[in-house]
Design a protein around this ligand. Structure first.
Ligand code: NIG
Ligand code: FE
Length: 412
């Protein structure tokens, strides 16, 4: 089946296959073609160019994109989209003056979500996740990373990852999965952290690997959660199962998590709201990409990741949602892109690069998606008629998406 999109006002993020991520000054550059066409064959980008060069082809489906902009779908490289229930009450508690930390210390937070999830049957968990996935697809996300971490028992961690795998099978969206057994210390292990680490390493991890449930391994490396030493043990254990690290670091405190991630060849280090010069130096000349999660900063009123410092140091940066019930109950990448421009001093070009090609890199998918490139999967956003692409982050809070195409198919 061939689909032809014609008269595209501007086709964004046109790249050669050799570009897997963009860094530093290059992030300011967003290659585009004006008055363009794109041809999709069997779910793949087969050809694109200027309308004047449109070949004479027979297409089963022709979409006239006059006045509209076309770009690759968002690549959301950090989510906890599989969860049970919600934490609306904690949201109100925070409004009334409790801090995120105080709520966590009294058994709320991640442990609250874990309690709910443990009591939720797998089918129910799946059914709670499906509408969220459908919603983020409608909002233009074409590839997503999904973490475990609200199970905190072997059974519940496996349940989360099985649900993520069912999502991968049932929906056209590209999915990568991450094992985050070390997300928080369960109450019953309060004074027995070693025992919990042993459970993660000797019980959960082998089962996750045996069922082939995860591509990546994550740890919440943070004061009050898991130390550098704990994190290192888990990353080493993960390595024996070929699980590449993608870790939560520097959300509230900077104490060397980034350098540790780089040492273990992490694909990404995520959050980075707190950042120092050593962190930047550690990232230089590495293959590890920093990932910022501005919706989390917005929701928790914590600092935004200093994007300018990272980009001006010549580093790449990816943007993701962090969709989860506690710190970011939103999977909207359009909001992420807007917020990055409004609050993190990123230009529209930088933010779009960060949310497409760099997001794809941050989940090992940059050969498959994240740009308009021949041979890549046809995951596309067709906007409504907008004056220019800068309007997407500028006119924040509105939905500028007209049509979403995933795997070459128009999303109903
Ligand atoms: O990335 N920081 C750790 N984990 C999640 C949120 C955890 C929660 O509050 O449920 C995050 O923000
Ligand atoms: Fe997270």
């Amino acid at each position: 089946m061939t689909t032809l999109i014609t008269n595209i006002k501007e086709l964004l993020q046109v790249r050669d296959i050799s570009i897997t991520r963009v860094s530093g000054k290059d992030m300011k550059h967003l290659p585009t073609i004006k008055n363009a066409f794109i041809i999709i064959e069997n779910g793949v980008i087969a050809n694109f160019g200027e309308m004047k060069d449109l070949p004479n082809i027979k297409a089963g489906n022709v979409i006239d994109a006059k006045g509209k902009t076309v770009l690759p779908s968002w690549c959301d490289s950090h989510t906890h989209i599989v969860y049970a229930g919600n934490r609306e009450q904690e949201f109100v508690d925070r409004i009334n003056g409790l801090s995120y930390e105080e709520i966590a210390n009294r058994g709320g937070g991640i442990l609250n979500s874990a309690k709910t999830l443990q009591a939720t049957p797998e089918d129910d968990l799946y059914n709670q996740t499906v509408p969220r996935i459908k919603e983020v697809m409608k909002l233009g996300t074409g590839a997503i990373e999904i973490k475990s971490g609200y199970g905190l028992t072997t059974e519940a961690e496996l349940k989360m990852l099985r649900v993520a795998k069912r999502i991968e099978k049932a929906f056209p969206i590209l999915v990568k999965t991450t094992f985050l057994g070390a997300h928080a210390l369960p109450m019953e292990y309060k004074n027995r952290k070693e025992d919990y680490l042993n459970l993660v390493i000797n019980n959960m991890l082998p089962k996750v690997a045996e069922e082939n449930l995860a591509d990546y391994i994550d740890v919440f490396c943070e004061k009050g959660y898991f130390s550098l030493k704990d994190t290192e043990r888990i990353l080493i254990a993960g390595k024996t199962y070929n699980l590449i690290p993608k870790i939560h670091v520097n959300q509230f405190n900077a104490f060397g998590g980034i350098a540790l991630g780089v040492k273990y060849n992490a694909l990404s280090v995520d959050h980075l709201e707190e950042l120092n010069q050593e962190d930047i130096i550690a990232l230089q000349d590495s293959n590890t990409i920093p990932v910022a999660l501005p919706s989390c900063s917005y929701f928790l009123s914590i600092p935004y990741t200093p994007a300018r410092q990272l980009i001006d140091a010549g580093l790449p940066l990816a943007l993701a949602t962090d969709y989860n019930p506690g710190s970011t109950p939103s999977g909207n990448m359009n909001f992420v892109v807007s917020t990055a421009c409004i609050k993190m001093e990123m230009t529209p070009e930088e933010a779009i690069n960060a949310a497409t090609i760099n997001g794809a890199y941050a989940m090992g998918l940059s050969q498959k998606c994240g740009s308009i490139t021949k041979g890549k999967i046809a995951n596309l956003i067709i906007t409504k008629a907008i004056p220019s692409y800068g309007f997407l982050p500028y006119a924040f809070g509105d939905n500028h998406i007209d049509t979403v195409i995933i795997n070459g198919e128009v999303l109903a």
